[in-house]
Design a protein. Structure first.
Ligand code: PLP
Length: 389
């Protein structure tokens, strides 16, 4: 068999469309040219649409993690007390980054598999009597496949005069996001997930409330100093050499997404999420997310059934059936869950393949499962969706 044909169902990088791959062989241009400025402006404008914001959107050559640092060093007073909302490994990592950067980190930690609750944050902030300057939260916690109610959390942060900074690395392009309407002060994402691009770009936007803090945000910075990106923005320029090839890719991907239309993009992701969850449950497996209303539409975390070796399962899925799933993240979850990515350049057909692979791999390993149940349940979800159209 053609064993190099592999379907990527990881949590990112995700598959990229041929149009995006083709865009990357566009010949190199002078990044100080009008041609580049036009691309940069077009990309920024399409990103504004995606984020539903009037604010400027900056694109930096760095990975998603740099969003944590960039948000903090530009908009939060140096050394301030801040709150990290933690519902999984990425929440932990952001809190760690904030401690390294010299902030006084408080945290609200939730059991993995659950989402944060705005009421708890409200109570916590009230008790702190205005001393918390920023609330840091993931929109989608990739390690657990659970998303947080950002609109509600943002409202609470604003009520207590704290900035709300949102990591939308594994949500933007897959889950609805409304920066201005929700009152989000800073949001950032990465190129390699629902935006259907290779890794390497971090995208960030901030509103006036965030910029008003810039003077007091004196944590040392150089490459991540957004004020210099802001200075060059109107010219369609970046202060440092931009990742021109990745700009070509991002422009091609955003063009495809804008042709699909935001509403349709989110509907497609929701359909894929519903299909995946229905399939997993129908096969007798268990979702990791404890409350399905917060189950992510960009990836699904599934409990490894008793008696199955997690590594052997993933190895079988890849070596025998040609599908890559993501392992659980961090020591605690490595052997207890696996994750099925379904964001970006994916369609409902990809979900059928992923579910068939889950069943095939478990059956192949001798686990008592009836192949066909998961795919059949997912097909029913798909057909019911089509009938409603
Ligand atoms: N935040 C979230 C929610 C993520 O899923 C990831 C990566 O998967 C990151 C941050 C870090 O991004 P990167 O690995 O691109 O640095």
């Amino acid at each position: 068999m053609l064993n190099e044909k592999v379907a990527l169902h990881t949590a990112g990088p995700t598959p990229i469309p041929p149009q995006v791959a083709a865009a990357m062989i566009t010949p190199m241009i002078n990044h100080r040219s009008d041609t580049f400025s036009q691309i940069a402006k077009d990309v920024a404008q399409k990103l504004q649409q995606m984020l539903q914001t009037q604010e400027q959107v900056y694109v930096l050559a760095s990975s998603g993690s740099s969003g944590w640092e960039t948000a903090m060093v530009n908009f939060v007073p140096a050394g301030a007390r801040i709150l990290n909302i933690i519902i999984g490994d990425f929440g932990d990592r952001w809190a760690k980054a904030n401690r390294e950067l010299g902030f006084q980190v408080e945290s609200l930690k939730y059991e993995v598999g659950t989402a944060a609750r705005a009421e708890d944050i409200d109570t916590f902030l009230r008790e702190q009597e205005g001393s918390i300057k920023a609330v840091c939260v993931q929109h989608n916690e990739t390690s657990t496949a659970v998303f947080n109610p950002i609109r509600e959390i943002a409202a609470v942060a604003r009520k207590h005069n704290a900035l709300i900074l949102v990591d939308a690395v594994s949500s933007l392009g897959g889950l609805p996001f409304e920066m201005d309407a929700w009152g989000v002060d800073v949001v950032f994402t990465g190129s390699q997930k629902a935006l259907m691009c290779p890794p390497g770009l971090m995208i960030i936007a901030a509103n006036q409330r965030a910029w008003a803090n810039a003077e007091q945000a004196r944590t040392p910075k150089f490459y991540f100093d957004l004020s210099v990106y802001r200075r060059d923005f109107d010219k369609g320029q970046t202060p440092h050499t931009p990742a021109v090839t990745l700009y070509y890719a991002l422009q091609a991907a955003l063009t495809m997404l804008s042709q699909e239309g935001l509403k349709n993009t989110y509907e497609r992701h929701h359909l894929m999420g519903e299909m995946c969850r229905a399939g997993i449950k129908a096969s007798g497996l268990e979702l990791f997310c404890q409350d399905e209303q917060f189950a992510s539409d960009t990836l699904t975390a599934v409990k490894i059934p008793a008696g199955v070796d997690a590594a052997a399962f993933r190895k079988t899925a890849l070596k025998t059936f040609g599908v890559v799933f993501a392992a659980g993240q961090g020591k605690a979850m490595k052997d207890t869950i696996f994750r099925i990515g379904h964001m970006g350049y994916m369609t409902p057909n990809d979900i059928l393949l992923a579910l068939a692979t889950v069943e095939n791999s478990l059956a192949y390993l001798g686990y008592p499962i009836e192949p066909g149940r998961a795919t059949s349940a997912a097909q029913q979800v798909w057909l019911a969706y089509l009938k409603r159209q």
